[in-house]
Ligand binder design. Sequence first.
Ligand code: SF4
Length: 260
Amino acid sequence: MLNRNGETVKIKKRIFIGLLSASILLILGMILAGVLIYYNRFGYWYRYILLAIIAFLSLFILIVSIGLTGVVMTLWHVKTFFGLEGLMNTSLNMLFPLALALGKLLKIPKDVIKSSYIEVNNKLLQSRRYNLNSENILILAPHCLQKWNCPYKVTAAVSNCRHCGRCDIDGLWKISKDYGVNLAVVTGGTLARKKVIENKPKAIIAIACERDLTEGILDTNPLPVMGVLNIRPEGPCKNTKVDLVKVIEAIEFFLKGKEL
Ligand code: SF4
């Protein structure tokens, strides 16, 4: 992630994990409050309703706690907990809105939390091993990578690019040809979803800002999505750039399970 001066700031995974853990503690606090209210001589029916809420919340906490423990252990030891991936993903997705709400209360910028979430997502992916064929990999790039005054419609077909080299679409196109992976340039979530349905990839390398990447990862779950944040030297949504080395590393990871 870049700060206002354009310097790279390393986002720690612990921000997102810390917020998730705090969310669980918050819900545990609510359960405790419910139990205390329950024993405070509530009326007959209220007690059963309260009991049902407590049971539901307890089950929720149990499930997401197991999932979150799996996430933390995986990040720690960088190894996969076979069979727990689904639960880990579900826990992250269920707790994500809570982490955002808590972050707002604690005045942690949304982009910092989302970057942290993307970091966690990428690290979880790296704990697994992939051995995909190149045609099963899709690079999804945002159209703001294209030079703003370029007249060629690369969102319709990337082959419309004339390779003048003024923007990273050219570099991405060359990489996609070298590795034989699919490349689509999209204007937003709707077109991205359409490209995913058309290409039926087994893995996606998504390039975008924090907001779009987070939405994309949550949206395409359980499809593995390696997130690569775009670089915004001229501010958001205009003449953005991407670290092409990171894109190559992500492709090689999905092809050979190579460490990033
Ligand atoms: S590299 Fe392609 S997309 Fe970028 S400005 Fe040149 S022609 Fe347009």
